[in-house]
Design a protein around this ligand. Structure first.
Ligand code: NAD
Length: 264
């Protein structure tokens, strides 16, 4: 195969359906010649992920529930056995009880706080360690975050706290793994209508607000995120690590409602 990612192999974690951000990233990587493996959570998703993987020429579709360390170990054991080494990893996983993605952050329960941190934060650290052990020639790791880590966004609540911790993890992992030529970055994506996003209260309003008030006056697409991911995961991003890169139509630079934005 030809292209920017020719001869490169990597794992995509967090593909649920063709609306997933992971799908935009997988398509961009495959179009540049990357060879992909996918992990999915739970049997119900396998029948969705199998045909998507096949569309990109992959039959490496492996189960992994990141809330279970044994399941993470099993995934990397299989990958080790089949491929021996990898060049990149995409972590597009997050989860919180949707009843707590509305209302007040102050009402977050301890149980949901710990679960959200485990699945949305610790899992990236856990997979980074195992992926790095399979990257003797260096590599690139990428996770997905959101502006709710930096500023209060409606209903994002405990997920914002988790994303702040995830972004800090990116910086610490960048230092730990940089000596081995492994880069670690995050993309802070603007709102995109996915399964995970549908759990967030007033998501349609949030999307409309972003569309009307971001400098580009539009929402980002899976393809936008995929192309920026390609840059960070390929040699084009060779000098970049520890970074949270905003792919959000510039929304994060804005200080107030645009003067031309209609009331919504
Ligand atoms: P999605 O629902 O398509 O993907 C979320 C994935 O997380 C699913 O594949 C799901 O199976 C997986 N997951 C949840 N719990 C898991 C577990 N215990 N083990 C393994 N996998 C598990 O939604 P998405 O929006 O594509 O989300 C991908 C990432 O992008 C998430 O980290 C999300 O927070 C982030 N993000 C999304 C948006 C947005 O607006 N959609 C914006 C910024 C960041």
């Amino acid at each position: 195969k030809n292209g920017l990612m020719a001869g490169k192999r990597g794992l995509i974690m967090g593909l649920a359906n063709d609306k997933s951000i992971a799908w935009g990233i997988a398509q961009a990587l495959a179009s540049e010649g990357a060879e992909l493996a996918f992990s999915y959570q739970g049997d119900a998703l396998k029948k969705r992920v199998d045909p998507l993987a096949a569309q990109l020429g992959s039959d490496m579709v492996l189960p992994c529930d990141v809330s279970d360390v044994a399941s993470i170990d099993a995934l990397f054991d299989t990958l080790q056995e089949k491929w021996g080494k990898i060049d990149f990893l995409v972590h597009a996983i997050g989860f919180s009880d949707k009843d707590q993605l509305r209302g007040r952050y102050a009402d977050t329960t301890r149980e949901n706080f710990l679960m959200t941190m485990d699945i949305s934060v610790f899992s990236f650290t856990a997979v980074a360690k195992r992926a790095a052990a399979m990257m003797p020639d260096g590599g690139s790791l990428l996770t997905l975050t959101y502006y709710g880590a930096e500023r209060v966004m409606p209903h994002y609540n405990v997920m914002g706290v988790a994303k702040a911790a995830l972004e800090a993890s990116v910086r610490y992992l960048a230092e730990d793994l940089g000596k081995d030529g492994i880069r670690v970055n995050a993309i802070s994506a603007g709102p995109i209508k996915t399964l995970a996003a549908s759990g967030i209260g007033d998501f349609r309003y949030i999307m409309k607000w972003n569309e009307l008030n971001s400098p580009l006056r539009r929402n980002v697409t899976q393809e936008d995120v995929g192309n920026s991911a390609l840059y960070l995961l390929s040699r084009l991003g060779a000098g970049v690590t520890g970074e949270t890169h905003h792919v959000d139509s510039g929304y994060h630079v804005v200080g107030m409602k645009a003067v031309d934005a209609p009331d919504i």
